[in-house]
Design a protein. Sequence first.
Lengths: 197, 249
Amino acid sequence: MVSTNPEKTRWMRGPSTPLRGALLGLLLERPGHGGDLANRLAARLGETWRVDTNDVYRLLEQLEKTGLAVSRDEPKRNNRRRTHLVYYPTDETSEALTLWMETLLPREPVRLGLQAKLSVAREQDAQRLLLALKAYERECLLLAQLVSPTDGRGRSWTALCLESTRDAVYAQLQTEIDWATRTRSRINEFLERDRNR
Amino acid sequence: MTPLLSFQNVSKRYPDGGREILVLDRISLEIDAGVSVGVYGKRRSGKSTLLRLAAGLALPDAGTICFEGRDIARMSGSDRSRLLRSEVAFMSAADWNANPGETVVDHVATSLGSEGLTIREARRRAMQVLDQVEIGAAGAQELTKALSLTERVRAMLARALAREPRLLVLDEPALFPSLQERDAFHALLRSLAQERNMALLVASEEMRALQGFGMLASLADGELVSTEARATVVPLPGRRRAAAERSGQ
């Protein structure tokens, strides 16, 4: 287990944490300038995430301030007379990524957070991901448990709306659990194959 | 307090061609009297195996299953069937197996055949329980072949409840013709379990079928994840005793 010094988790505050975490993963894979990292992030996370290049520059600056990234002015590849900032990981980046993988996420953006973790996870993060997915499954089950049941006898418009809303909640939680169990299954199969190799 | 039913590190394998499939992998679960537990899982996730083990219809390959502290696997065959016949009812909506020419009340009454009751007394008890599942006196005299899908499930429930079990194990509540009928059945099930202080263990492919349950679990690849930590981690006896001493029990 890595250290849980609050200083080391300060960068995990705020709604952009999943993007910051994913950027750390990308930096560890290979350094890049802001535009390159924004493109890689968008490609990795898919269309459902709206990745704004300006936001990525802002997030990289934040990561640099907290010592998790470092930038260097380097000549552009296609125009050597012009330069741009290329971001590199620091000695602390890998530990920060590991810590993020192990950190339980707050309720609302939990799926997005897990998705971001998966997008940049390293093979050594497999067990951390399995734990995070189990915690997420448990969270979904708890949420389902909190929904008050209906008796199916409502005939009023209000009862119909209430029951339909409950249906939506159950359907959403079911989808989330299915996704989490499927992902666990894939990781376990991978680990099994790896063991047999 | 001894739980009504407990699974401790229970594993179950099934042969599949030349290999074996691990259907349940070291499952631990405790169900107290009167508690409802819903297990959600996709098809082939191991739900039915878990329920068959809970109902004593199959035995584990590893681990122990205890009913009120008694290890089911160590009982003699007759003791096990006596215990399970009187304390546990198993219901699977897919297993409707009624003689089409018999009345609903007789269908329920015949399930009490081994209780040593007269047919008159068995019918009286059947009528009571049919009333509780909201099949009235007129419905009780219908032939089973005339029952609608919803009435059929209710008759199955009546048959399961007639022996007054302390644990009802229900595999996949049936598909109802309307959402309202489905929710009404689930509400009836919950209220009957509460009235009778009967534990429920229900598995379904649909989260909605598990609404209002005291504890929820999901099952996939033989692994169980549940809303209560003790369903996945059962403390060792020494630790449990130490915890009880600490809390002054």
